[in-house]
Design a binder for this molecule. Structure first.
Ligand code: SF4
Ligand code: SF4
Length: 67
């Protein structure tokens, strides 16, 4: 079964560089100068954003389909 994840941001680490939003293939993350936003309905659970963040501010939480 395909796993479904939710991406969580650690706001103490995130400096809103936009890197994660830039690499997300499905535009599930939006970063502006004042906030970081995640859109669950768009996320395809690839985890590219988690790897891309230069300060390790993102974490993936499995919400569905763990085998
Ligand atoms: S896991 Fe993939 S699809 Fe989901 S927010 Fe991160 S980069 Fe985008
Ligand atoms: S790549 Fe990391 S530091 Fe940059 S906006 Fe995304 S979560 Fe924040």
């Amino acid at each position: 079964m395909t796993e479904k994840i939710r991406i969580i941001v650690n706001e103490d680490k995130c400096y809103l560089c936009g890197g994660c939003a830039g690499v997300c293939p499905s535009l599930a993350i939006k970063v502006s100068s004042s906030k970081w936003e995640f859109f669950q309905d768009k996320c395809i659970s690839c985890r590219i954003c988690v790897t891309a963040c230069p300060v390790g501010a993102l974490e993936a939480e499995v919400v569905e389909g763990k085998t």
